[in-house]
Write a protein that binds this ligand. Structure first.
Ligand SMILES: *Cc1c(COP(=O)(O)O)cnc(C)c1O
Length: 374
């Protein structure tokens, strides 16, 4: 049987009764859209993050980013400083507001936004800084916060890969003016379909979010104030997410246990010019949305592992600025050298909390064999 980097079925087997109970509860509730489950999830997800956060459930992570940008006042003509080294939806969301993404490079050690390069990317059109907590650990928020304050910018965290992550004790999603989450099934907190949410401590931003996801209507008079979207979180997904939220810390612990096993099994193969395992910055709690390793011979390794029935992924093979759909942004090859270098060397090992130990060991054994034979 082929091993893939992600599979939800082992978890579903364990949680089946609870998941199906959640579905049944919504179907029997008499209210299928914006009912008690969405409201309950919003309250519980906000409470999980503490510190007076408010939560608006939306239909997916891309729209969480898009609506959050709009709620923060971003529109055509504005610029948003972010990274090319991210999942494409980060950039799609910016473009869909009519704003222009401006890319800065990442640091080779941790794949995260190089905060030393941010200030040079700011112009008088910049409205928002949008760091991505890539792969499950937080970007350096203190310098970003200082830069945002110095230039009067808003700070939006892309938390799609960082549910439950912490940065000097603070949960991901509580360090900016707003934060966008995805509950796509593969994510650390994943639904059984699509879902997303935006967290903010700001009442006006929260009110704007609620209007934007509901056609742009206020929900007292049902009058459209500014034409918005239909981007509501589904009741069924919300009820499933409520159940899974109670297990989020356990999922994070499970992912960390897999990461420790990989470290133990692979550490002696690492070295400059060879295999490199992910590192965690001081003050960060990593949640390992994906377990991304590096090797200059990445393509040969992936090919050789196919013979062991192991199918690995690359997150992500094409930096956003090199994609044809973003060619109009005008970034030449070579303009973000670290991002481009990493894209040629990274690959992801299987990672999810219910990944059986026997499969982890099979991956370690096969990878050892392949890397040693290079
Ligand atoms: C998954 C992801 C998104 C988009 O989420 P969807 O729910 O798939 O729309 C955005 N940003 C990052 C970094 C992601 O990993």
């Amino acid at each position: 049987m082929t091993t893939y980097v992600w599979d939800y079925l082992p978890e579903y087997e364990k949680e089946k009764d609870d998941i199906l109970d959640a579905v049944g509860k919504v179907f029997a509730s008499g209210r299928l859209v914006l009912g008690d489950s969405v409201k309950g999830f919003e309250e519980e997800f906000a409470a999980y993050h503490g510190t007076g956060r408010r939560c608006t459930g939306v239909d997916n992570g891309t729209n969480a980013l898009k609506l959050a940008l709009e709620a923060l006042g971003v529109g055509p003509g504005d610029e948003v400083v972010t990274v090319s080294n991210t999942a494409a939806p980060t950039v799609v969301a910016i473009v869909s507001t009519g704003a222009t993404p401006v890319f800065v490079d990442v640091r080779e050690e941790d794949f995260l936004i190089d905060t030393d390069q941010v200030e040079a990317a700011i112009t008088d059109r910049t409205k928002v800084l949008l760091p991505v907590h890539l792969y499950g650990q937080c970007a350096d928020m203190e310098p970003l916060r200082a830069i945002a304050e110095r230039h009067g910018l808003k700070l939006l965290e892309d938390c799609a890969q960082a549910h439950g992550a912490r940065h000097h004790g603070r949960p991901a999603g509580t360090m900016g003016d707003a934060a966008a989450f995805s509950f796509y099934p593969t994510k650390v907190l994943g639904a059984y379909g699509d879902g997303g949410a935006v967290l903010t401590a700001d009442e006006d931003t929260d009110r704007a979010m609620r209007q934007l996801r509901y056609y742009g209507m206020d929900q007292v008079y049902y009058v459209v104030r500014t034409p918005g979207h239909n981007s509501r979180l589904d009741e069924v997904q919300a009820e499933i997410l409520r159940r899974k939220l109670t297990r989020l810390d356990a999922y994070v612990a499970g992912r960390n246990a897999v990461a420790r096993r990989y470290e133990e099994g692979l550490a002696d193969l690492t070295g400059p010019g060879g295999l490199r395992l992910p590192t965690t910055n001081p003050g960060n709690t990593h949640v390992y949305y994906v377990y991304v390793v590096r090797h200059p011979e990445r393509d040969r390794i992936i090919e050789a592992l196919k013979a062991h029935d192991i199918a690995l992924n690359i997150s992500y093979p094409w930096p956003c600025h090199t994609m044809t759909g973003f060619a109009h942004l005008g970034y030449a090859a070579g303009s973000l050298p670290v991002t481009e270098k990493l894209a040629g060397e990274i690959f992801s090992l299987p990672m999810y909390p219910s990944l059986p130990e026997a499969v982890q060991d099979r991956v370690i054994t096969a990878l050892r064999e392949v890397v040693t034979a290079l």
